[in-house]
Design a protein around this ligand. Structure first.
Ligand code: 4AD
Ligand code: MG
Length: 433
């Protein structure tokens, strides 16, 4: 880094001083012997005012060659100016073109189709809106670590190449030397359970992979998940923690990223609902509620997006749907002693039609029951030897959950489709850029 340059966000500390800013050109205008160049450096925007008589001749000539998205160094005096974009202006004294940008820069100030924008994601990220989303994402990632650090959880990293299958969703696989097929992890949970027995309370935060063929606004094939796993927690403790966690994440963004939410034109009023207790509804009651509203959902089925929307609209705040039928959920969930047709689990549905952002459960801790479930699901029992061992050697009550980072960001930012909240989305039909 060149220490003699200043980031646009720091200009407020340099009013009256002469500084150098290195940035990319987003707008150009000139009138006779007066020129305006608006630049961005990822931290803010700055308008430079170039007066022919006040810069060397070569620099005035260079100004004439600037184009959209070329990179430049501008040196001059910083002035506060409420009318200028960003609030500051620079009286440019010298200017240099660093990297030219041909006139065919693909993204122009006009409407582009979504596929075009995704094909040019490497440039699209330069827009103010996309940068705001990435800053909220970064804030949320920090918030996740702060939340768990304050509660003395240990962060653990789990493998991405695995032999044991965690969820029912589609699998990506690859040949793994002489060991047969390796799967890209759909979840870190099974390893999280082993780690919880070693450390007490842990969380994982990593990429997860699902060969989802669904083209919906909430499915990616590669997404990031936060998966806490807690020894000696039952499902009620688990939901209490989730409620605290989600409330903390929302409040943290409201408090620390108001500027970004403004750029995104997010109406933050609906987010205030997180300060109330979340609703907790039994699956059976949720099915009845959907049926009363004309939905076709039958007992035994997992909820579809329209079902979830009906349920959340009814409560107008985040809703836990608890105790799903066994057949609708993964093999590792604990049988509900009060109704063995169901399991001790909950999906947390976010408001504003966002649907499920968390899936969580208490884990089956009985050796015979979980072995039975593995067999019933047709899973290769030999790959789960180590997992079964956790029930054989000192089994323990434990629970955990997985929060989908992208769905959470999309909800908080009010972004329709989750492809916009990850820098380079992976979906069916998209592997580049
Ligand atoms: O409900 P899921 O499948 O739960 C698990 O993977 C458990 N192993 C979690 C646990 O108990 N440790 O996924 C958890 C969350 C979902 O609620 C959703 O937010 C997100 O992960 N998710 C996806 N996000 C984007 N694209 C996809 N294809 C997703 N699939 C799940
Ligand atoms: Mg789920």
């Amino acid at each position: 880094m060149n220490r003699s340059t200043t980031r646009i966000a720091d200009l407020c500390h340099h009013v009256g001083a002469t500084v150098t800013v290195r940035a990319w050109v987003i707008h150009l205008r000139s009138k006779g012997k007066l020129g305006f160049v608006v630049v961005r450096d990822g931290t803010g925007v700055l308008q430079g005012v170039v007066v022919k008589a006040e810069v060397p001749e070569a620099d005035w000539a260079a100004f004439g060659t600037l184009t959209q998205e070329c990179s430049v160094a501008l040196t001059g005096e910083v002035r506060a100016d409420a009318r200028a974009p960003g609030g500051y202006e620079m009286g440019v004294r010298s200017l240099a073109l660093i990297g030219a940008s041909p006139l065919d820069y693909p993204i122009q100030p006009k409407e582009h189709g979504i596929d075009f924008l995704l094909d040019h994601r490497h440039f699209w990220l330069r827009s103010q809106r996309q940068a705001a989303i990435m800053r909220v994402r970064s804030e949320l990632e920090l918030a996740v670590h702060d939340f768990f650090a304050a509660r003395d959880f240990v962060r653990c990293d789990t493998p991405i190449l695995t032999a044991a299958i965690g969820e029912r969703a589609g699998l990506f696989s690859t040949d793994y030397f002489d060991e047969g097929t390796a799967y890209l992890a759909q979840t870190g949970q099974l390893y999280g359970e082993a780690l919880a027995a070693a450390l007490g309370r842990i969380y994982t935060f990593g990429p997860t992979f699902r060969a989802e063929k669904s083209k919906t606004r909430r499915h990616l094939t590669e997404f990031w998940m936060i998966e806490p796993e807690m020894a000696w927690y039952d499902q009620d403790d688990n939901m209490d923690l989730q409620e605290d966690f989600v409330r903390y994440l929302v409040e943290r963004v409201l408090e620390r990223r108001p500027e970004e939410l403004k750029v995104l034109e997010r109406d933050t009023a609906p987010l205030a609902c997180v300060s109330e207790p979340f609703a907790r509804v039994d699956y059976t009651d949720a099915v009845r509620l959907v049926q009363e509203q004309g939905g076709a959902l039958q007992w035994g089925e997992d909820l579809g997006a329209p079902d979830e929307a009906m349920i959340v609209d009814h409560y107008q705040r985040p809703v836990f749907v608890v105790n799903y039928p066994k057949e609708a959920k993964a093999f590792y969930m604990k049988e509900n002693p009060a109704d063995p047709r169901t399991v001790r689990c909950a999906d947390l549905l976010a408001p504003e039609g966002r649907g499920e952002i968390i899936g969580g459960s208490q884990r089956e801790d009985d050796y015979d029951k979980i072995l039975h479930r593995l067999t019933e699901e047709g899973l290769p029992v030999e790959a789960y030897g180590w997992y079964l061992d956790l029930r054989k050697y000192g089994t323990f009550t434990h629970a955990g959950f997985g929060l989908g980072l992208e769905r959470t960001i999309a909800w908080i930012c009010g972004i329709e489709h989750i492809r916009e909240v990850i820098p380079f989305p992976r979906m069916m039909g998209r592997l580049t850029p």
